[in-house]
Ligand binder design. Structure first.
Ligand code: ATP
Length: 136
């Protein structure tokens, strides 16, 4: 069935929100098919964020993602790709709706990068590509 890559970013892990975020995914009815705590490498991040290379937030984003451990998961279920993005909420936690991970648990910390707790794949193609980067 459909699969998506979820990353709990360093802010989520450091703040002790791993359980809360995984709880929301499971409570929605998705299955956690793979799960690991890891530290990203520069190579993984270059591949994962290739589409953002050259943007002003690229280097702050990479530095942030290298700043501490992350949790990588594969979530599975019908419609999980848009479904997890809906659970996560809008990119900017300031405007993400209450009820979402970013809206309930995140805010603006006044930094160059949006510390927005999670990443979720945005299409079947990117999900398969991204799962290959973090799990093999
Ligand atoms: P969405 O696709 O819903 O915007 P996303 O997490 O996939 O969410 P991307 O646009 O792929 O977001 O950007 C990757 C990450 O880069 C974001 O999650 C955020 O941490 C950071 N980011 C994106 N846009 C900005 C920005 N304008 N300023 C600072 N950081 C940003």
């Amino acid at each position: 069935s459909e699969r998506t890559l979820v990353l709990i970013k360093p802010d989520g892990v450091a703040r002790g929100l791993t359980g809360e975020i995984l709880r929301r995914i499971e409570a929605k009815g998705y299955v956690i098919a793979e799960l690991k705590k890891t530290t990203a490498t520069a190579e993984q991040l270059a591949a994962h964020y290739a589409e953002h290379e050259g943007k002003p937030f690229y280097q702050p984003l990479v530095d942030f993602m290298l700043s501490g451990p992350i949790v990588a998961a594969v979530a599975e279920g019908e419609g999980v790709i848009p479904g997890f993005r809906s659970l996560a909420g809008q990119t900017d936690p300031t405007t993400a709706a209450p009820g979402t991970i970013r809206g309930d648990l995140g805010r603006d910390w006044g930094e160059k990068v949006q510390k927005n707790l999670v990443h979720g794949s945005d299409s079947i193609e990117s999900a398969e590509r991204e799962i290959g980067i973090w799990f093999n």
